[in-house]
Design a protein around this ligand. Structure first.
Ligand SMILES: Nc1nc2c(ncn2[C@@H]2O[C@H](COP(=O)(O)OP(=O)(O)O)[C@@H](O)[C@H]2O)c(=O)[nH]1
Ligand SMILES: [Mg+2]
Length: 198
């Protein structure tokens, strides 16, 4: 299986008029509502390579391109569903993400993070409709599964599958940063999605 050996933050894009870096062996991208656990998940995948990914507030408003193993990009898309964000700012994020979906032919797989404990939110559905519009392959990562009781797990996953049934084919990966469940599965998806020399 593939392994993340090196990670380098190559470019941070704030504005739809900024250029994205030249594609390499493909992109895998990560997106989800604020507080879903995206920074924690990237840190978990990156291991100690890039501990500083976490929670730099400015970086939540941008698309961050991380070059992995000098061969492909892991792309951190801006979070959505923040409370109290001015409408102008939200529109800029939307334009930025739409520009990425529209133009980035090298996008191989999108990881859509949803909180394993909650129902899909309106903003999740909006994102799913964009994914459908641009025909982007995606997997669902249910985060914070350590907070779901063992007896509830199966029911939660089934419920999520039912909620998502209108959006087509995808895999669901239950994940926890605490127990590390799902990490191997995510690495599998990442390394089978991109073309890399292992
Ligand atoms: N219990 C639990 N908490 C998590 C997990 N992942 C993230 N968190 C917590 O959820 C909060 C938001 O995480 P963060 O990674 O900053 O979310 P982001 O806004 O999506 O980048 C933080 O307090 C994290 O410690 C997880 O798998 N399990
Ligand atoms: Mg974050």
């Amino acid at each position: 299986m593939g392994k993340i050996r090196s990670v380098e933050l190559v470019k941070t894009v704030y504005s739809p008029s900024d250029k994205f870096p030249e594609p390499r062996g493909g992109d895998v991208a990560f997106v989800g509502r604020s507080n879903v656990g995206k920074s924690t998940l990237l840190n978990t995948l990156f291991g100690k390579q890039l501990a500083y990914v976490s929670k730099r507030p400015g970086k939540t408003r941008s698309i961050n391109f991380y070059l992995v193993n000098s061969s492909f990009y892991m792309v951190d898309l801006p979070g959505y569903g923040y409370a109290n964000v001015p409408k102008q700012e939200r529109l800029r994020w939307d334009r930025l993400v739409l520009k990425y979906f529209e133009n980035r032919w090298s996008l191989k797989m999108l990881f859509l993070l949803v909180d394993g404990r909650h129902k899909l939110q309106k903003s999740d559905r909006e994102l799913l409709s964009w994914i459908g519009m641009y025909d982007i392959p995606f997997v669902i990562v249910m985060t914070k599964m350590d907070k779901v009781k063992k007896s509830e797990r199966g029911r939660r996953v089934d419920f999520m599958r039912k909620e998502l049934s209108e959006y087509g084919e995808y895999e669901i990966i239950p994940y926890s940063a605490i127990t590390k469940e799902g990490v191997e599965d995510m690495l599998d998806v990442i390394f089978t999605s991109v073309e890399v020399i292992r």
